[in-house]
Design a protein around this ligand. Structure first.
Ligand code: FES
Length: 185
């Protein structure tokens, strides 16, 4: 296993541990009533971006109901997601205007470049891809949103450029961290 992968796995485990501790600490702020099931799930989703299986079990145990019941309620509402979002979430619009202008080709380009399918995230959790309906900028079709920014007139070369930009930024951050770590020794 490479040093980078090892660090990433350790970081992910540490993040998950911190997340579960945070959820455990906040459960007691809610009365143990079944009526609090959806508010509890909303709190977890808002704070952590998704509902991990351990969190579902914690909520079930706290409210003294079955995990499958919690899961059943959570899947009923499409506001909840069950996989962690990517650090950079890419949403490709496949509304009518974007579809006509080749939105599906843009989606395919992101999928190929990142080696994941829509609804998935990369193993290092850097990127996630989702498809969305009209985001209200049809004049700029085809459109993708990257984190909070709207990218209009998307083309395969722009897909390359967006990913490359993030990679360069990540490498720069890693170099700075290395420098800082070396300075601390
Ligand atoms: S259809 Fe894509 S922005 Fe409207």
């Amino acid at each position: 296993m490479s040093e980078t992968t090892k660090t990433t796995n350790e970081e992910i485990l540490a993040e998950e541990k911190a997340m579960l501790e945070d959820i455990a600490a906040r459960l007691s702020g809610f009365a143990r009533e079944r009526a609090n099931l959806v508010p509890l799930l909303q709190m977890i989703q808002e704070r952590h971006g998704y509902l991990p299986p351990d969190a579902i079990n914690m909520v079930a145990e706290y409210l003294e109901i079955a995990s499958c019941e919690v899961y059943g309620v959570a899947t009923f509402y499409n506001q909840f997601r069950f996989t962690p979002p990517g650090k950079h979430q890419i949403k490709i619009c496949l509304g009518t205007a974007c579809h006509v202008k080749g939105g599906d080709i843009i989606l395919e380009n992101f999928e190929r470049k990142l080696e994941i399918r829509e609804g998935e995230i990369t193993p290092d959790r850097e990127f996630g891809i989702d498809r969305v309906a009209c985001v209200g900028c049809c004049a700029l079709a085809p459109v993708a949103t990257v984190d909070e920014s709207v990218q209009g007139h998307m083309a395969p070369s722009k897909v390359e450029g967006i990913i490359l930009g993030f990679q360069i930024e990540k490498e720069r951050e890693a170099r700075e961290k290395q420098k800082d770590d070396a300075g601390e020794k």
